[in-house]
Write a protein that binds this ligand. Sequence first.
Ligand code: ADP
Ligand code: MG
Length: 248
Amino acid sequence: MSPTTTAVDTAVHLAQLYKTYPNGPEVVTALAGVSLDIPPGSFTAVMGPSGSGKSTFLNCASGLDTPTSGRVVLGGTDLTALAPDDVTRFRRRHVGFVFQAYNLVGHLTVAENIGLPLLLDARRPDPVWQDALVAAVGLTGLEQRLPSELSGGQAQRVAIARALVARPTVVFADEPTGALDRRTGDQVLDVLRTTAKSLGQTLVVVTHDPHVAAAADRVLFLADGRLAGEMVAPTTAQIAARLVELGS
Ligand SMILES: Nc1ncnc2c1ncn2[C@@H]1O[C@H](COP(=O)(O)OP(=O)(O)O)[C@@H](O)[C@H]1O
Ligand SMILES: [Mg+2]
């Protein structure tokens, strides 16, 4: 196998990922050698204390940010070997992202926000597919609203539909339920999980909430920029106990 390819049964392959930030004369190490393989179609939760590197991990693994060293291979494509423009193009086609703060465009309607990734990639809109997606996330009838006319839960559903509209291989979400109450958060997570699953997409979600993580196939724990353990299909109670052990 050449160094630029990996086994096709890996959706996300990370090898010795490091990310440092300059901080005056000092250097902050946000990621300190993370290596990991995530199988296609799986749901992975990432947990860890504030400042442990979760957002940096997600940003580097998704191609939003560039690691200081190490390799990021998504669906067999080595992002760390691509020029920045090619990373952007790859990301638009193959990666979906959901943020805690929704990040919708305020002057665009729900339908326009959802169609934005296709527009940015100069791809033809697919109204039948977009309508099906709007229905899947429970937004039928709200297509012409502006983001300011939506509840938090509705706004996050728009962000989820927008993340899925380009049929990405991998969907990354950084605390997608963090700004929502428990019940709304549960509903939004359920929409994200079932829609991603029905489309065969790989889902990686950063969360503080053991209850959210318990829906995952695998839970990874980060501490000080390193993988500090993992659990396969754990219960909420098992996750909560592990977080206590890890001191977060
Ligand atoms: N742009 C940045 N510049 C400097 N330091 C940063 C930057 N982003 C993150 N960090 C630092 O990297 C570490 C990890 O941050 P982050 O990935 O945001 O953690 P988490 O999402 O787990 O709270 C923290 O110490 C944070 O202060
Ligand atoms: Mg974070």
